[in-house]
Ligand binder design. Structure first.
Ligand code: TYD
Length: 201
């Protein structure tokens, strides 16, 4: 089973992933967590390039780099693990590319991004995607203390387009479960777990 988490920077994905991982392990599931971009040697090296604020990257190159990191993760880790019935949790997947590179950067028309996503994922789609929905104001408030990476330095209008992008995807994708990320940590966790209850054996 493949579970992905999406949302703008600061939406609290990491905390929820940690809680869900623990919950599933307590129930004796074998669980593996990966973050995107990353999760393999090659993908972590690409991550270093993508997030380095001192490097300038053309938008199409950026799209292809995120996609390359993803393809390696899928081939090297995700497909073999899923075959063994491991529950895989991903901190971001191709919906982030649609939202950030498609809607945010406008690197290419969304239809073409979809095709690149299909190639990069080797046609792998999540069983369920938890979209942690947080207002831009609240996200900015939560992230203001941290040093910004290259993506986070992209400006307010970029992030507004990314937010709108996630909203758009949430409207059209059945597998998207929108969760109000402004709630308390425990409330969010319970909502996620109750959503998963009838999907897990
Ligand atoms: P990260 O530090 O992992 O951010 P977060 O904790 O918010 O997930 O950095 C990943 C950054 O890369 C984040 O700003 C989102 C961006 N990103 C894309 O632009 N496209 C993508 O396809 C992915 C996976 C991430």
């Amino acid at each position: 089973m493949l579970i992905t988490f999406e949302g703008i920077d600061g939406s609290g994905k990491s905390t929820q992933i940690e809680l869900l991982q623990q919950y599933l392990r307590d129930k004796s599931y074998e669980v593996q967590v990966f973050r995107e971009p990353g999760g393999t040697d090659v993908s972590e090296m690409i991550r270093g390039m993508l997030l380095n604020p001192e490097i300038e990257i053309d938008p199409v190159t950026e799209l292809l780099l995120f996609s390359s990191a993803r393809s390696q993760l899928v081939a090297e880790k995700l497909l073999p693990l899923l075959k063994k019935d491991v529950v895989v949790i991903l901190d971001r997947f191709f919906d982030s590319t649609t939202a950030y590179q498609g809607f945010g950067r406008k690197s290419m028309p969304i239809e073409e991004i979809k095709q690149i996503n299909e190639i990069a994922t080797h046609n792998l789609t999540p069983d369920v995607t938890f979209y942690l929905r947080l207002s831009l104001e609240e996200a900015a408030e939560r992230t203001k203390r941290f040093e910004k990476d290259r993506m986070e330095l992209s400006g307010d209008s970029f992030f507004k387009r990314v937010f709108d992008g996630f909203e758009q995807i949430a409207k059209t994708e059945e597998r998207f479960k929108t969760i109000d990320a402004g709630q308390g940590v425990q409330e969010i966790h319970e909502e996620i777990v109750s959503n998963l209850e009838n999907r897990l054996l």
